[in-house]
Design a protein around this ligand. Sequence first.
Ligand code: HEC
Length: 176
Amino acid sequence: MRGKKWSAWLAVSAVVGGIVALGAGSGDGEEDRALARTRRQIRMLDDIYKTAVVLITKHYVNDEDDLPAGTAAIVLFGEIKKKGWHEVKLLDAAGDPIDDENTAQDGFEKAALEKMKAGSQWYEQQVTGEDGKRYLRVATPIPVVLEKCTMCHENYKEAQPGEAIGFLSYTVPMVE
Ligand code: HEC
């Protein structure tokens, strides 16, 4: 009985192993999988970062003197970049940032800004870095999720429900 189970398991793993080996051998297929894995990783990061910012704002930010979740996020993003995980920036899409540094800078970010303002939920571009490695750049919108956001960002009061007032700009190494 035991032996039978083992041989069945071995047969299954041989088939799975074969499929994995086949996949790894075919260039384009593997590239597509790296792209799919990187997209999935960014979707996960995006959900974690945005959920954290909303929870912190909801529970800990009660007046204008409290540390804004956005400021905390920028510090967190700095640490993540320093450790070489990936790069992510909190950028303005409403035209009047609190900190001018949070303005779209390069071609990708400027194109992303237009896409976000037009209602796009995901804008991406594949790039090769100076290190020769492949990266996926992605922008995702930030709407006025809580009434509280307008406490410090007066101009968000003019935003339509769901309209992007900001966005996150990711540059993530392709997950090989
Ligand atoms: C307590 C004040 C405060 C609240 C509440 C607040 N923010 Fe901010 N926000 C800031 C500050 C200060 C910065 C600039 C941070 C920096 O550059 O270090 C900022 C930056 C930003 C930026 C980048 C553009 C810019 O203006 O510099 C976006 C986008 C943003 N916040 C969105 C939001 C959203 C969405 C909410 C509600 C969930 C929110 N903020 C709530 C104070 C606040």
